[in-house]
Each structure stands twice: as structure tokens, then as C-alpha cells.
Design a binder for this molecule. Structure first.
Ligand code: BT5
Length: 252
């Protein structure tokens, strides 16, 4: 792609017309391909969200892609990669569509209160070493309709901005941004990324409910800490750091 200006991300890539899930395929090949390999599909027949949920991936209208990374970081730090992907998608949407989308921690991109992109990060690791991480990114780009159950919840960049763009352009912009933030993160740590995560968050400052490993937590999202965890203040005034979870934001 003439739009791609990366040094390693997407240099090796595979394009599929139909596939069950790019994350599944990425998992099968991850051990045998270079760091930064990208798999893109025109259509997924079994696109996946988190916790066994499904991801609607209609033919030819979205970016359904998986990125294989082999970072030399601790397995517990891998959650930061979801945040890197999220800010990269937000920046790319800004560059290509000139609109500001927001991150609903940890993995949704929201435009005009509706979900335009979801991220699914999966990992294979040993006790203190990552074998590989797969970042699955689904962006509704030119899609013009959604199934009944997603009406009012899901949207596409086309539906919100009325412009149709070449998906290659947005894909390249996501990868260009991701390589930049990934390098910055590896060199300078999450500290460098944190202000952007906070600035682009739609969650912070709002009343939320989180279903996390720790159980169900209700309170106000106050910040994202140095580890990328969401800090929630309960009505008893207790502050809890949540590493991952399913968040519902009041009013969204
Ligand atoms: C996600 O899960 O948002 C992660 C989605 C990741 C999709 C990419 S596509 C490439 C790669 N290959 C895969 O198989 N997956 C990744 P979660 O937070 O669990 O949200 C899932 C929920 O989002 C569903 O239960 C629906 O409510 C909603 N949803 C499903 N399809 C959608 C769509 N196309 N647009 C917006 N919302 C959708």
C-alpha cells in the first residue's frame, strides 16, 4: 500500500477473502511468521468479540484484521497493547475522517455514542515471557446497515460522516500510528502513552459499572493508572484498580 510508512508492521501481510476469524488464523501461524505480520480479511464468518461474543463482520465494508506482535515485555503488561491499538485507531480516524472518536476502556472505540470499532487482544505466554500477542481490530468503515440487535449500539464511519473512504488508507494509518506508539511504549513505557489514553477516554469522569474478575464494581471512573488499569472510586470512597473487565458507562 502506498499509504504505509512503517518499518516492520504490516511489511509481511496476508489478505483473505473469507475466513472464520483473523484472530484464529493468526494464532495458527503466529509461531512461524515475523513480528508485525498482519492478516486482513474481506469477510469473517465467525468473527469474535470478548468472552465468546460474536463480532459482525460483513463482506467488504470493514477492516477485519489481526496483528501479530512478539514484544519482549512481561505477560501482565500485554493489556497495554490494547490501549496502544485503541489510541492508534482514534488517531487514524482523526487523520482520515477529521472527527474525534473516543475510547471506552478497555477496547471499544465510540463515535457519537455508538461503537465503531472493537479490539480483541489475545496472547500466548509462559510464566515470564510472551510468545506472541494477537491484536484483533474490527472497524466498521463503509458498512451501511447492521442487524436489528445492534441498531442504536453500532455504527460505521460512513454512517456517521457520510464519506466513504478507501479502507486501505485507514488500515495504513492505523498501522502507521500503531508502530509509532508501540515503539514509544517499548522505549519509554506506558507513562508516555497514558496522557493520550486519558485524553481520549469516554469512560473517565463517568459513573460506570464494571464486571471484572474482582466481581461487579460500581462507581466513578477517575483515571487510568501507570499500568493502564482503570481506577474506579466506589461510593464508599474506596479506590480500586481494574486490569480488565466489561464496562458499562451510564448514559451510553
Ligand atoms: C469486541 O468485543 O469489541 C472485540 C471485537 C474484535 C473484532 C476483531 S475483527 C478482527 C479480529 N478477528 C476476530 O475474530 N475478532 C477481531 P466485545 O467488547 O466483547 O464486544 C462484542 C459486542 O459488540 C457484541 O456482543 C455486540 O454487542 C457488539 N458488536 C458485534 N459486532 C459489532 C460490530 N460490527 N460493530 C459494533 N458492535 C458490534
Amino acid at each position: 500500500s502506498p499509504y504505509l510508512s512503517t518499518n516492520f508492521l504490516g511489511k509481511y501481510y496476508m489478505h483473505k477473502l473469507v475466513i472464520d476469524s483473523t484472530n484464529n488464523f493468526a494464532k495458527e501461524i503466529a509461531s512461524n511468521v515475523p513480528d508485525g505480520t498482519v492478516i486482513i480479511a474481506e469477510e469473517q464468518t465467525a468473527g469474535r468479540g470478548r468472552l465468546g461474543r460474536s463480532w459482525i463482520s460483513q463482506k467488504g465494508c470493514g477492516i477485519w484484521m489481526s496483528i501479530i506482535l512478539k514484544p519482549n515485555i512481561q505477560p501482565k503488561e500485554a493489556i497495554n497493547l490494547t490501549q496502544l491499538a485503541a489510541i492508534s485507531v482514534v488517531k487514524a480516524i482523526e487523520e482520515v475522517f477529521h472527527v474525534e472518536s473516543k475510547i471506552k476502556w478497555p477496547n471499544d472505540i465510540i463515535l457519537n455514542n455508538k461503537k465503531v470499532c472493537g479490539i480483541l487482544t489475545e496472547m500466548s505466554s509462559e510464566i515470564d515471557k510472551i510468545n506472541y500477542v494477537i491484536i484483533g481490530i474490527g472497524v466498521n468503515v463503509n458498512c451501511d446497515n447492521f442487524p436489528e440487535e445492534l441498531k442504536g449500539k453500532a455504527t460505521s464511519l460512513y454512517l456517521e460522516t457520510n464519506s466513504k473512504v478507501d479502507r486501505k488508507k485507514l488500515t495504513a494509518s492505523i498501522l502507521n500510528n500503531l508502530e509509532f506508539y508501540y515503539n514509544a511504549y517499548l522505549q519509554k513505557g506506558f507513562e508516555y502513552i497514558r496522557p493520550i489514553c486519558i485524553e481520549k477516554s469516554i469512560t473517565i469522569g463517568r459513573q460506570i459499572k464494571v464486571i471484572a474478575n474482582e466481581g461487579e464494581i460500581e462507581g466513578k471512573a477517575v483515571t487510568i493508572d501507570n499500568n493502564g488499569s482503570l481506577v474506579v472510586e466506589t461510593k464508599e470512597g474506596k479506590r480500586l484498580s481494574i486490569m480488565s473487565g466489561d464496562v458499562s458507562v451510564r448514559g451510553l
